[in-house]
Design a protein around this ligand. Structure first.
Ligand code: BDR
Ligand code: CA
Length: 311
């Protein structure tokens, strides 16, 4: 199995991504889950990560708490999307599994130094603060990363937190800039693709029809999530952003994209956190990312439903 570290700010869609990974042990070995401040503050994201592991029946997964604020800015959260707890929707009991004592950034550094080079993939599902902090503190690990597959950014779809920026990049643009300039091979899941991974009544009911606790939770989370997005976009359903990252590792054939140059705006108050994506190749800047734009949404949901059904 491919070794991954999931860096996350759960978040209902983060939760579904984590369940998908934990349900796929034949393909993915989750070395650890590192929590970061994002959708809600760190105290909640680390707790939510443990709730999700227990829901998956995997209380032995190592969960670490990382950075509680962006590199240089005040934390912006998204309770308006995810609710006060970050996992609003179903009733959830407090987790009993422990939080690891080690800081998430130290875990990322130690793991990349310990494992053979190019065997660990990072999967960021929130602001890039933990990853950038690890790269700043231990530049030797950068060349050892196999790949970074992340959810963040937007091009044709532009922003969801400002007109120009997607939430994960906007919250910590300086961290994103470090990651996008790191030279690590990047696969980016922007809003352009996640807004094609939409829940529908039938898809939500298929989770519920699994008749399991994880199935019911996913249905209730997506129900909650959908309420916000339907009001906002008037679309068919809610975008399941973060599961696209894990689905890509399991089934890259479900996705299409282009190798392009992507840079991050860190200065302009108007477009802060924008992923300036050279989709049409108008600059001579070398490609630094596989920027995904297309998805087989039916195949994606079939995969999700089948895997959640395993738990
Ligand atoms: C991203 O922001 C968060 O609200 C979601 O969990 C996802 O990672 C989408 O912009
Ligand atoms: Ca997230």
């Amino acid at each position: 199995p491919r070794k991954i570290i999931i860096d996350t700010d759960p978040g209902q869609d983060d939760a579904v991504a984590i369940l998908l990974a934990l349900a796929s042990p034949e393909a993915l070995e989750v070395l650890g889950i590192t929590a970061v401040a994002g959708n809600v503050p760190l105290a909640l994201t680390q707790k939510n990560a443990r709730i999700i592991c227990e829901l998956a029946g995997k209380a032995d997964v190592k969960v670490f708490a990382g950075c509680d604020a962006p590199l240089h800015r005040k934390l912006v959260t998204a309770e308006h999307v995810h609710g006060k707890t970050g996992l609003d929707g179903p009733q959830l009991a407090a987790p009993t599994m422990p939080l690891q004592a080690q800081h998430a950034v130290d875990f990322i550094i130690d793991t990349l130094r310990r494992e053979p080079a190019h065997t660990v993939t990072l999967c960021p599902l929130g602001p890039l603060t933990n990853i950038a902090t690890a790269f700043l503190r231990a530049p030797d690990i950068i060349a050892r990363v196999q790949q970074i597959v992340l959810m963040g950014g937007a091009y044709f779809e532009v922003g969801n937190i400002t007109p120009a920026a997607e939430f994960n990049i906007y919250v910590d643009p300086e961290a994103a800039d470090i990651v996008f300039k790191s030279g690590v091979p990047l696969v980016v899941m922007p809003l352009d693709v996640t807004h094609k991974a939409l829940t529908t009544r039938a898809r939500i009911e298929a989770f519920r029809a699994l008749g399991t606790e994880p199935g019911r939770m996913v249905a209730e989370w997506t129900d909650f999530f959908e309420r916000f997005d339907m009001q906002k976009y008037g679309s068919e359903g809610a975008p399941l952003h973060d599961p696209c990252v894990i689905a890509y590792l399991l089934r890259p054939d479900l996705f299409t994209g282009r190798h392009i140059n992507v840079e991050i705006e860190t200065q302009s108050p108007l477009t802060l956190g924008m992923t300036v994506a050279d989709w049409w190749g108008v600059t001579k800047r070398p490609a630094n990312a596989l920027f995904i734009g297309g998805i087989d949404a039916d195949g994606f949901f079939e995969l999700l439903i089948e895997r959640v059904g395993r738990l």
